[in-house]
Design a protein around this ligand. Structure first.
Ligand code: HEM
Ligand SMILES: Nc1nc2c(c(=O)[nH]1)N[C@H]1C(S)=C(S)[C@@H](COP(=O)(O)O)O[C@H]1N2
Ligand SMILES: [Mo]
Length: 435
């Protein structure tokens, strides 16, 4: 191990342990599993080499899907500065795009947990390498490891707490998770640049029939000098981790497929039974939980349409008398669950814009709910979303009037958009408005 090489520095890094030998877990031979070694670490590392960038890209897509560059109320992470360079107009096709990108982000995030823990377990002796700081270069490498390990634990902890609806952390989830992602990816890039050649040699060397695997000094240091008797093989350990991931996949993915498969998602926080009948699909927040009173959505309810300096106010009967369209679209929540396509029926936003004289080139629209306060009471839809013929102010779903919890009397439904932009209990549309 490093002890002898570091010997001349030992006096400088005083530890207080008797005789100057490294303390507890930093002692050579403290970690005794014979499974640890370059091959095991490389196998888990290569899985994360693919998985972590997929998490990063799908996470950034999740952010882009809000159209945060359009309006301040769409932006859960203000002051992103240059870190918003990749933002683009979120498309409306394919209509299931957000189901896939966000379902992948959350499902993969859960499935990678055993791999991540196994990877950390496999390198834990290195976290105690002794002496802790040998040179400025070594100090820099240790700092990148701190950001890497801390960053990945932070991303997984905040993400998983978020989808379990446990907002324990201080501050906004979005801001923490967004900046955490950039810090992590910086450290990840440094780590991959330093370690990839070694990891590839370790897996190849193992496959080669003859000759010892050519591994670097730090990878060789993973091997314990004092091996305990093995309780399983290395391949057994990989299989165990794979089985753990497979089990998590089996009990999670149902929430992204939805419909009857929802029942298999035993870890899903919203429960497995969304009810029956036309409105029997997942509800995010009920009307009661948000303080929507029956009087807000009763006979006194009106839809106000503003735009181009004009205002039109409609009753529910007047909306029902307009031309109705159907579109089959899912609800795909940012927290990873989705429903299969539901058949919505209602009025096109372009037809409502035409009522105030905005027939051609319909602009973006501010959609407001009767809901007082709360983060999802309003959203701004971009012009490409407004102009898509499948975007509706829906009055019905699957042949029935919307239930109170699904947004009675009217909600927007937008192809490809995150669930949070499908505003429920809509009462006002402001064409050309941003706030
Ligand atoms: C390598 C680890 C991860 C990276 C790099 C990452 C990255 C990101 C990024 C950049 C965003 C967009 C943040 C924003 O909208 O401001 C995001 C969103 C999200 N992430 Fe992650 N993430 C990771 C792990 C996880 C895990 C393990 C989970 C849960 C299983 C998770 C759940 C979420 C959720 C629910 C959102 C949606 C937030 C929203 O837009 O409303 N993430 N992620
Ligand atoms: N007014 C209002 N609309 C809202 C929300 C809300 O909290 N208030 N939640 C949003 C979120 S996060 C999602 S995922 C969808 C869920 O729609 P559903 O409950 O009909 O499935 O509604 C969206 N519309
Ligand atoms: Mo959502």
């Amino acid at each position: 191990m490093d002890v002898r090489k570091g010997g001349k520095h030992r006096r400088r890094f005083r530890t207080g342990s008797p005789g100057g030998s490294p303390p507890g877990p930093a002692r050579p031979g403290f970690w005794r599993s014979p499974l640890r070694g370059p091959w095991l670490t490389a196998v888990f590392g290569l899985v994360l080499l693919v998985g972590v960038p997929v998490m990063f890209v799908t996470g950034l897509l999740s952010y882009a899907a809000y159209n945060p560059d359009l309006a301040r109320i769409n932006d859960q992470t203000p002051d992103k500065g240059v870190l918003g360079f990749y933002l683009f107009s979120w498309p409306t096709s394919p209509h299931w795009i957000y189901r896939v990108t966000q379902g992948l982000h959350v499902t993969l995030g859960i499935v990678l947990v055993p791999v991540l823990l196994a990877k950390l377990w496999s390198v834990v002796p290195r976290l105690f390498s002794w002496p802790p700081l040998r040179s400025p270069a070594h100090a820099l490498e240790r700092l990148s490891l701190l950001l890497l390990v801390g960053g990945v634990l932070f991303q997984f902890a905040t993400g998983i707490l978020n989808i379990q609806l446990e907002y324990l952390f201080p501050g906004s989830f979005y801001t923490l998770h967004f900046y955490g992602a950039w810090v992590l990816m910086g450290a990840f890039a440094v780590h991959v640049a330093l370690r990839l050649p070694e990891a590839l040699r370790a897996v190849r060397g193992r496959r080669a029939a003859s000759g010892p695997p050519a591994v670097g000094e730090s990878a060789a240091a993973l091997v314990t000098p004092r091996p305990a008797a093995p309780t399983m093989s290395r391949r057994g350990a990989v299989a165990l981790v794979g089985a753990g991931s497979g089990t998590l996949l089996a009990v999670t993915v149902g929430q992204s497929i939805g419909g009857p498969f929802r029942r298999t998602a035993v870890l899903a926080p919203h429960g497995q039974e969304p009810g029956t009948g036309p409105n029997g699909f997942q509800i995010n927040k009920t009307a009661a939980s948000l303080g929507i009173r029956p009087s807000d959505t009763g006979p006194g309810w009106r839809l106000t349409v503003d735009g181009g300096g004009r205002r039109v106010v409609l009753t529910l009967d007047e909306l029902r008398a307009m031309r109705q369209y159907e579109s089959a679209l899912p609800i795909a929540c940012v927290e990873g669950w989705s429903t299969p396509d539901q058949l919505w029926r209602g009025v096109r936003l372009t037809d409502l814009a035409a009522l105030v004289g905005l027939a051609a080139d319909t602009p973006h629209v501010l959609v407001q709910s009767v809901q007082r306060g709360g983060s999802f009471a309003a959203a701004v839809l971009r012009d490409n979303q407004v102009r898509d013929g499948r975007t509706l102010l829906a009055l019905r779903v699957n042949g029935a009037v919307l239930s109170a919890d699904h947004g009675y009397p009217a909600r927007t439904i937008v192809p490809g958009a995150p669930g949070v932009h499908n505003t429920k209990w809509v009462t006002r549309l402001g064409f050309g408005e941003l706030s």
